[in-house]
Design a protein around this ligand. Structure first.
Ligand SMILES: [Zn+2]
Length: 315
């Protein structure tokens, strides 16, 4: 039995994960990220113990614990070096957790952990695998030789912060024109609002009235119902996604890339045109091609990936 913890800015999600990666039970509790880290870790431990008790599992059956946290991680020492999402600064998550559970504790970047989870779910044991998450931002995780690639300092795999357009949209990281500012759901919402302002007759206005606000789904829903302006938004967004993925394919030529995050629930409607564009533009035309598919775990990826990171510690 392993415990996987997905620490987010809003919620802490804790899960009991079997040896084979099955999520046996899970629960969540608010992060209240302004608190001291000792309080946050205490809540993780309390929730984990509650789940064990509810499922009649003895604490001694827990072999290791994995924590996926936002920020730059020193995984050798189980320390969050820095995170601006939760105010962590040289925060010793591993040592703190070991006050409650005397087992090995892995601390991993949350996007890396999620990628690792997806790798075990749909990576087909590939030696190279990338996961891209299209959400509030654009996150990524890189698995090379079946291991998480972190960069020498733990700050690697920030695929969303590679420039797509020089002097483009302002990014939260300080640069302009990052891929994230065009291919995140946040960016899609901005693009949708711009298109709606230009076309007062678009079906998107009616959809927004129905749901109350513009979301990542607005343009997709209207495009499926034949709205031309919405279709333009979707096609444009697909191109932004495909440009970034083509860059990743050209650098890594990975066996598999999975696309996750809220918008990936559009499934093949999103992925099929992305796949087509990448195949047209990929530098490699002759050799075996990267397989591009939708992620399968969604919200559970972080928990399961953290648990597998923990499992990797004891092998
Ligand atoms: Zn950026």
């Amino acid at each position: 039995m392993f415990i996987g913890i997905d620490l987010g800015g809003t919620n802490i999600a804790v899960g009991l994960v079997s040896e084979k990666g099955k999520l046996i039970a899970s629960g969540s509790t608010p992060t209240m990220s302004e608190r001291d880290y000792t309080e946050i870790v205490k809540d993780m431990a309390v929730l984990a113990e509650k789940l064990l008790k509810e499922n009649n599992i003895d604490k001694s059956e827990v072999k290791a614990i994995g924590i996926g946290s936002p920020g730059t991680i020193d995984s050798d020492n189980g320390v969050v070096v820095y995170s601006n999402n939760i105010r962590f600064n040289m925060t010793p998550l591993r040592d703190e957790m070991q006050k409650y559970f005397d087992v090995p504790v892995a601390v991993e970047n949350d996007a890396n952990a999620a990628a690792y989870g997806e790798y075990f779910a749909s990576g087909d044991n590939a030696s190279s695998f990338l996961a891209v998450t299209l959400g509030t931002g654009v996150g990524g995780g890189i698995i090379l030789d079946k291991k998480i690639y972190r960069g020498f300092n733990g700050a690697g795999a920030e695929v969303g912060h590679t420039t797509l357009i020089k002097d483009g949209e302002q990014c939260t990281c300080g640069r302009k024109g990052c891929w994230e500012t065009y291919a995140s759901v946040t960016a899609l919402i901005r693009q949708t609002k711009e298109a709606m302002a230009e076309d007062p007759d678009s079906l998107m206005h009616e959809i927004v009235k129905e749901y109350g606000s513009v979301s990542g789904r607005t343009s997709f829903d209207a495009a499926k119902r034949g709205d031309k302006t919405a279709l333009k938004v979707v096609n444009n967004y697909v191109e932004y996604v495909a440009e970034g993925i083509t860059n990743l394919v050209n650098i890594f030529q990975p066996e598999i890339i999975v696309v996750g995050g809220g918008i990936s629930r559009e499934g093949e409607y999103l992925i099929a045109p992305v796949r087509k564009l990448v195949e047209e533009n990929d530098y490699n035309k002759l050799l075996r091609r990267t397989e591009i598919k939708v992620a399968t775990l969604f919200n559970e990826a972080g928990i399961i990936g953290a648990a597998f990171a923990a499992k990797a510690l004891i092998k």
